[in-house]
Every structure is written in C-alpha cells, then in structure tokens.
Design a protein. Structure first.
Length: 217
C-alpha cells in the first residue's frame, strides 16, 4: 500500500533529488556509470515501464536505446522534473501508484525500478511482485538498482525497526525539514532469498555502493 510519509518526502524533495547522483566520490560515480552503461544495452529495442521513475535519471539513460518508455511515478512534482529532460525515444509520463498500475496486461518487455526496492515494505513483497508481473510479457525482465549502506554516509542510522523487520531512517531536506522513511538494506544472500521464490535471477551485481538485479518473469 502507498506510504504517505514516503510520498510526501519525495514530493518535497523533487527539486533537489538528483543531487544524490552527483556527489564527488569517484568509485561511486564509476559504479553508477557502469550500471547505466549496462542498462542501456539491456533495454535496447525494448518497450520499458520505468516505475517510480522520479526525476527520470534512469529513464533518460534508457531512452538512448529503448524503443518506448512509459515512466510512472505517484508524485506530480517528480514527474514535473522528469518532463524537463530531453529523451531520445518516445517517452510517456504517467502519474500512477505502483500498487494499482493502470497498464494493460502483458504490454511491456521490461520493468525498471531505480532505488525503489529499499522502500518496499517487507510484509507486502507478495502483493508487490504480483503487481510487477501483471503488465509484463511472458519471459519479460525486471531490473532493479538500489544502494548498499555505504552510499548513505551519515544518514545510515536506523531510528526504529517495526514488527516486520523494516528499518526507518531520518532524512532532511535542504530546508532542514525532517522526515522518517522506511529504508531497508540487504546482503547478497538476502536478495537471492527474497527474489528466488518469485522469479528466475538472471544476474545479481553486488558492489560497494550499489546492487542491481535482473529477473525473469
Ligand atoms: C528513491 S526515488 C527513485 C527515483 C528514480 N527511480 C531514481 O532511481 O532516481 C523513489 C520514487 O518513488 C516514488 N514513489 C513513492 N511511492 C510511490 C508509489 N506508491 N507509487 C509510485 N511511485 C512512488 C517517489 O515519488 C519517488 O520518485
């Protein structure tokens, strides 16, 4: 189910969100660029659904080679930022909740989710994975990227843990405004355990700052 605090946080953060991609840590930069290069090849010629697309950072990179992209997010503020970019392939922006997607069954070759899975409540994995499978063609692919703890720097500490084992962390906007949002981290083994019952894991890249996974429906 959509998480109000998380949505409000990202709405308020939309204009400053992309700064996370431009912090001056060379290894971090290298990892992100390698992931982007990899993704560009994966999406070549495909119809893509980019869920929780945010400001369109990954959307824009995929647009270099993808055939078509539907980029969906629940936040009008994020979509406004995303629309400011130029895209090399037809790209449609859709305001949508990823728990009730408005797309026809089996209409996409691949779904991408950048930095979403760490916000996904553990008790709703089942519901979430079923939602993902619906708009995807048979043998369709799912790609996710997310961060390991090192990428969070000073924002690492958990404020609390709930009964399902979800962690909650403090986040501050540039104005100083504080939010507490659900943010989970995973080991490589935990990721395998979570996804293997639902999908075939084609590839798992687990690096210092980021992990990414490629799943087959
Ligand atoms: C960490 S940002 C990721 C943005 C982008 N994918 C990226 O990698 O840069 C998470 C995004 O999820 C969106 N979001 C939060 N709850 C959502 C929901 N229930 N349905 C769709 N999008 C949601 C937020 O508005 C935000 O843009």
């Amino acid at each position: 189910m959509a998480d109000r605090e998380l949505i409000d946080y990202y709405r308020a953060r939309a204009a400053e969100y992309e700064q996370i991609y431009y912090r001056h840590v060379p290894e971090r930069r290298r990892e992100i660029d390698e992931q982007a290069e990899d993704l560009r090849e994966l999406v070549r010629g495909k119809d893509i659904l980019d869920l929780a697309c945010g400001t369109g950072y990954w959307t824009q990179r995929m647009a270099r080679t993808a055939s078509f992209i539907a980029a969906a997010d629940i936040s009008a503020e994020m979509l406004r930022e995303a629309r400011k970019k130029e895209y090399d392939t037809p790209t449609a922006f859709v305001m949508a909740d990823l728990y009730s997607l408005p797309f026809r069954a089996a209409s996409f070759d691949m779904i991408t989710l950048g930095f979403w899975f760490s916000h996904q409540p553990k008790q709703e994995y089942d519901l979430f994975f079923r939602q993902l499978a619906q708009p995807l063609k048979d043998d369709g692919l799912i790609w996710m990227i997310d961060n390991n703890p090192l990428a969070e720097g000073s924002q690492l500490n958990s404020v609390r843990t709930d009964v399902y084992g979800n962690n909650y962390k403090r986040r501050y906007l540039q104005t100083g405004e504080e939010y507490v949002i659900l943010k989970n981290h995973f080991s490589e083994d935990q990721l395998k355990e979570i996804f293997a019952p639902y999908f075939t894991i084609r590839r798992l890249v687990f690096r210092t700052y980021y992990w990414s996974i490629l799943l087959v429906k």
